[in-house]
Design a protein around this ligand. Structure first.
Ligand code: ZN
Length: 331
């Protein structure tokens, strides 16, 4: 299907990724891909357009290696000028999980709980007494209608089971090149090390392995006796708070300190980098868990986590989101 400047008015869902791997997964999970022939003076972002169920979707990715405070806001502004009918935004990608409830390959959807908001912004302050984490603000929660659709999504998944495995299976059948890294394989091992057990760098072995054309096992030298024993579990969807900060956490003890000082009672599920999105358009955040915010931060899970997050967002659109039926039908 070819879409011109008039046709773009039928795109009402915006989908924003941070990384090219996330955009690749999103593109591969579209039911149909459309040919974009529209001209957009004044909008510098590139888009992939297509459909998921009854929804026409415009996908874009943040500019590569461009990180500034307002990058998501600027991207949304560009998207809504290019696609004037966009009435909800899904932010879909990977994030760091906070153990022990959340595991690699799970998905966290930023949503309020009885006591806490969907997102919080933290800041790390350095003083003579040491480092300390502070909760500095919380943006508004997702709109009533997006959360109502989330309740429907949760109910239907509980009743009918998850569609995520079948979406990923179909994606792999359609794009065999993606199967090895974007599907779950035996090579993906979920190891949670005790927070005091730091990663032992094996750079020389990794370089040598890549020179010989194969991937060296991550954490090859790390002490597996310091791993926390857990039963294998199926992919789970978690609903709760995502914490945003302006620095990456790659240290198990610092991660535990953050969790403790921002309040264990908040039950932060996921860490994301940057500022909490402050968007004029209603939005919902989906994060596939690719690491535990510790020093054992390999990239092994990143592509699968991107695929799971995209499949989860697709399931949300497919089974729970009402279609836009008129110009007055806003979320
Ligand atoms: Zn390690």
């Amino acid at each position: 299907m070819t879409v011109d400047s008039e046709g773009i008015k039928t795109y009402w869902v915006g989908w924003i990724c941070s990384l090219p791997e996330e955009m690749k997964a999103a593109r591969a999970l579209l039911d149909e891909v459309h040919q974009d022939q529209a001209k957009r003076p004044g909008c510098s972002n590139s888009f992939i357009i297509g459909s998921i169920g009854n929804h026409n979707v415009a996908i874009t990715c943040l500019p590569k290696h461009t990180f500034h405070d307002d990058i998501i806001e600027a991207t949304v502004e560009c998207m809504t000028s290019a696609f004037p009918s966009v009435y909800c935004i899904l932010l879909v990608g990977v994030g760091s999980g906070i153990p022990s409830k959340v595991r690699l390959g799970d998905v966290v959807i930023g949503s309020p709980t009885f006591d806490h908001q969907a997102a919080i912004q933290w800041e790390l302050r350095n003083t003579k007494e040491g480092n300390s984490f502070h909760h500095i603000r919380s943006p508004a929660d997702p709109s009533h209608r997006l959360l109502a659709a989330l309740s429907k999504f949760e109910a239907l998944r509980a009743l009918n089971g998850s569609k995520i495995p079948s979406y990923i299976e179909r994606m792999a059948a359609r794009y065999p090149d993606l199967e090895a890294r974007y599907s779950k394989s035996d090579g993906l091992v979920d190891i949670l090390f005790r927070s005091t057990c730091a990663h032992i760098d094996d750079t020389a072995a990794v370089v040598e392995a890549r020179r010989n054309g194969y991937e060296e096992e991550a954490c090859n030298l790390c002490d597996k006796t310091k791993a926390i024993e857990r039963k294998p579990m199926e992919t789970e969807i978690h609903y709760g708070t995502i914490a945003y900060g302006n620095q990456e956490i790659k240290d198990g003890t610092l991660r535990d300190q953050l969790k403790r000082e921002l309040g264990d009672d908040i039950g932060i599920l996921c860490l994301d980098w940057g500022n909490t999105p402050n968007l004029k358009v209603p939005h919902l955040v989906f994060r596939g868990i690719c690491d535990y915010a510790d020093s054992h931060n390999s990239q092994e899970w990143r592509k699968y986590a991107a695929a799971v997050a995209a499949a989860c967002a697709k399931e949300y659109l497919s089974i729970a989101m009402p279609a836009r039926i008129s110009d007055t039908h806003y979320l």
